[in-house]
Design a binder for this molecule. Structure first.
Ligand SMILES: O=C(O)CCC(=O)C(=O)O
Length: 295
């Protein structure tokens, strides 16, 4: 059913938080002007063409999340630095403070692109419950949220994300997808959902790709080991992007990894030599330590 998801303007983050806790999903309306989203889409097309064309270079760390649907990392750097405006919208931050209790962190930032011909996804949650106990599942608050920010207007033709409200409190998978709800999401809106809620992406029956940024925000004790291998690069920020964050909000970006640079390249080579050629590594260290001989 379209229209079955509560949605709120930027001034109503508190009401949005209550709806999210109740239903497991909520929409936030008109947070960014459509032209800002268009500019980010144009930048993304240049930075990672594979988000728009499966034959072009794909995002880094890409994985397939259904037929013709991919998910990949988007480093927030250079022409993509504007993504910081998305992650720092005051209404979004208030909602996250309210639902995850101030001390939360961003865990990942990337893009999901659904290409024409993509199938409907299987009903799934983004992570299993923390405990298999049904009573606990009914009472525990969310530990992680997905934020999705479409880069094109999303509707019935190119495929909405549909949800089974309330299933964030159920350990058992529902017997069927009957009763799912969804909503058209224009550019500038975002959707926020509890990691535990059952949901699925609809098929893209249009003729252009449907990219959407996603971010994960979570409580500090948790990390996403369902969708990422240990040590994966999930959230990458350049120094310039980090400099855009006010001091009191830096804590939310504590897990960001830096863009690879000369320093990290040297450290990687150093580590490889130490592991695979320890004798050579020791000799090089001795050489580096040897006092200079007078000429
Ligand atoms: O493409 C969508 O609408 C949702 C994607 C999704 O839920 C996923 O890949 O886990």
């Amino acid at each position: 059913m379209t229209g079955g998801i509560a949605h709120f303007g930027a001034e109503a983050a508190d009401a949005a938080a209550l709806a999210l806790l109740r239903d497991g999903v909520v929409g936030l309306q008109a947070l960014w002007p459509a032209r800002q989203i268009d500019a980010l889409r144009a930048s993304l097309r240049k930075a990672i063409p594979g988000v728009f064309d499966l034959k072009a270079p794909l995002p880094e760390d890409v994985w397939v999340v259904g037929a013709n649907r991919i998910n990949g990392l988007v480093p927030i750097a250079g022409r993509m630095s504007g993504c910081m405006d998305l992650l720092q919208h005051p209404a979004l931050l208030s909602l996250l403070d309210e639902v995850l209790d101030d001390d939360w962190v961003y865990e990942s930032f990337g893009v999901i692109s659904s290409f024409p011909g993509s199938d409907i996804q299987k009903l799934h949650s983004d992570s299993p419950h923390l405990f298999e106990d049904g009573d606990l599942a009914r009472t525990l608050p969310p530990f992680a949220l997905t934020i999705s920010i479409p880069l094109v207007d999303v509707g019935d033709e190119n495929g909405c994300t549909e949800f089974l409200p309330g299933t964030q409190r159920e350990v058992r998978a529902p017997a069927s997808a009957e009763g799912t709800v969804w909503r058209s999401v224009p550019r500038g809106d975002c959707m926020v959902w509890d990691y535990r809620i059952r949901h699925r992406g609809q098929p893209n029956n249009g003729n252009v790709p449907r990219p959407m940024f996603y971010a994960t925000a979570c409580r500090r004790f948790w990390q996403d080991s369902t969708n990422f291998v240990p040590d994966a690069r999930k959230l990458v920020l350049s120094r310039d992007a980090l400099a855009m964050i006010p001091e009191d909000r830096l804590k939310h970006f504590a897990r960001a990894k830096p863009m690879p640079g000369v320093r990290s390249a040297v450290m990687t080579v150093n580590r490889l030599v130490r592991w695979y050629a320890p004798g050579f590594h020791r000799a090089m260290r001795r050489l580096a330590r040897r006092p200079e001989t007078a000429l």
